[in-house]
Design a protein around this ligand. Structure first.
Ligand code: K2U
Ligand code: ZN
Length: 176
């Protein structure tokens, strides 16, 4: 099945810290096969975004759908996404991450961004995003650079969360 779910890597998996490489023409088939599976994985989590490094791929590819449960799905596949401008004005929003289950914290990010990317068929796109979509896109593009939302927190807060995550995961593996 083309949209078979994929396992989501969890911190401290080293692959979450790699800098993903740009999608090139040679990656066309891989990306066409991966995108629907990333969307299926994201919806099943459930999540509103997913970046290729989270399923162990080093490609600069993200999928996003911030449509709420009651709205019609609005899936987006973004190849080689780049933030080209960001507002000085920031917003603070509580974030989570499918690779750091159960950990949530307030993160401050630019309120509005301009980004450009390629669609699966190579069409160049650009748009402005703010609100939840803006945060989600920044969160996913961070993943392509090996950056996790905890990296935007104070060292104290980050270490507290990573220690708690390690404890939770240890107890989870003990229970399994
Ligand atoms: O990349 C991921 O791990 C999926 C993230 C994306 C995200 C994080 C924070 C803020 C916006 C998007 C989430 O785990 S998806 C789960 C979720 C659902 C609704 C609102 C926020 C997060
Ligand atoms: Zn994440």
């Amino acid at each position: 099945m083309t949209d078979e779910k994929l396992p989501i890597l969890l911190v401290p998996d080293k692959r979450l810290r790699l800098k993903a490489r740009p999608v090139g023409p040679a990656d066309q088939d891989a990306v066409r096969a991966l995108a629907p599976r990333m969307l299926a994985t994201m919806y099943a989590a459930p999540g509103i975004g997913l970046a290729a490094p989270q399923i162990g791929s080093d490609l600069r590819l993200i999928v996003v759908d911030v449509a709420g449960k009651e709205e019609t799905p609005a899936p987006m596949v973004l190849v080689n996404p780049e933030i080209t401008a960001a507002s000085t004005q920031t917003d603070i929003r509580e974030e989570g991450c499918l690779s750091l289950p159960g950990q949530y914290a307030d993160v401050e990010r630019p309120a509005r961004i301009k980004l450009r990317w390629l669609e699966l068929d190579g069409t160049k796109r650009e748009m402005e995003a703010d609100g939840l979509l803006g945060v989600c896109l920044q969160h996913e593009i961070d993943h392509l650079n090996g950056v996790l939302f905890v990296d935007h927190l104070s060292a104290l807060k980050r270490n507290m969360m990573l220690r708690k995550l390690a404890k939770d995961l240890k107890s989870r593996t003990r229970d399994d």
